[in-house]
Design a protein around this ligand. Structure first.
Ligand code: ZN
Length: 339
């Protein structure tokens, strides 16, 4: 599948191993250690790297990555699976997206800096170890804790990538996402600002890998359905890329590709009540929810101007002016991708 991989090089025996990567020490002297798991099949082949909790409060991905790893038998495998279930151990321990040490977004910090800020050091340790040898990289995210979302995928287009956008979508289809969002790398209206080029998937594309993000629900909790959705997707992907025997259930070749997204923000503070579910379409002119003040009066009806797809909707009702109440897709098309 990737010309960099020497095919048919037999391993001595199928193996499983675990360990940690050091990313410095904390103030109290304990080592900052990023855990990893590796299984190698009977025969050499592609390397799949599944990374989770690059944002420390995104828990569903940790479970999905661990369960996927548990269900692999090295004797049935060709090639290698690497799982890093908690990439951002500092933020994970703090139940936060980013660590209080530097408040830097780890998924905007790749390929990392060995002598940089704490988060950049951890990103460098991780990327140096696995980012340069993986053929396929899946970075599992969730939305933040205040949101509910249906599973979806996000990908970027890199000018130096070996993989075409259509091929990328064909791999994304393994996850049967409700939508696949093409995220611009330059800061765009409607997206959160930041160094998008520092995302793990983008940097992995630059290394010649197939790489994208899978979004599994909301943060700060365990959502059983979304976790199993992620595991099933990883299993189908492992079949598609030849690590496991081809999947028994066919992969859907229809993908809803989103090209423009927008956050809806509350104008005034109060309590938000949603009227829509994530993973559904709403028509222009419809309300997706309302905000009441503390006297109980509806002070804002949140109406969509154009036909929209609800990516995520706020579950935590308490909002200030400017808080996000929904994340919407505003332009999309259904595309057929090759199997
Ligand atoms: Zn995230």
């Amino acid at each position: 599948m990737n010309e960099r991989i020497p095919q048919s090089q037999p391993f001595a025996t199928p193996t499983a191993e675990r360990g940690t990567i050091s990313a410095g020490t904390s103030a109290s002297g304990s080592e900052i250690r990023i855990p990893y798991l590796v299984k190698r099949g009977r025969v050499d082949g592609p390397c799949l790297w599944v990374n989770a909790a690059v944002h420390g409060d995104e828990i569903n991905g940790v479970f999905a990555a661990q369960r996927f790893f548990d269900r692999l038998d090295p004797a049935d495998m060709t090639g290698t699976v690497v799982v890093t279930p908690v990439a951002n151990v500092l933020a994970f321990g703090e139940r936060r997206k980013t660590t209080l040490i530097d408040s830097i977004d780890m998924d905007q910090s790749f390929p990392g800096r060995q002598n940089g800020f704490a988060t950049e050091r951890a990103a460098a340790a991780l990327f140096d170890r696995f980012g340069k040898s993986a053929d396929v990289v899946i970075n599992i995210h969730t939305l933040g804790a205040p949101f509910d979302a249906a599973p979806y995928a996000v990908y970027k287009v890199h000018p130096g990538a070996r993989v075409s956008e259509t091929e990328l979508l064909a791999h994304i289809a393994c996850f049967e996402p409700t939508i696949a969002c093409r995220m611009p790398v330059a800061n765009a209206a409607g997206e959160l600002p930041g160094n998008i080029a520092g995302a793990l998937d983008y940097q992995s594309l630059s290394q010649g890998a197939i790489a994208f993000m899978v979004e599994l629900g909301g943060g700060g909790r365990l959502e059983e359905d979304h976790v199993e959705h992620g595991v099933a997707g990883l299993m189908r992907l492992a079949g598609k890329i030849g690590i496991l025997a081809a999947p028994a259930d066919p992969i859907s070749h229809r993908i809803r590709q989103v090209t423009t997204r927008a956050h809806r923000l509350a104008k005034a503070g109060g309590l938000f009540e949603p009227k829509v579910l994530p993973g559904t379409a709403v028509s222009a002119g419809a309300s997706i929810g309302s905000v009441r003040n503390l006297f109980g009066d509806v002070i804002e009806e949140i109406v969509v101007e154009a036909d929209s797809w609800v990516i995520a909707v706020r579950r935590d009702p308490v909002v200030h002016s400017g808080d996000r109440v929904a994340f919407l897709a505003t332009e999309w098309s259904d595309v057929d991708v090759a199997g």
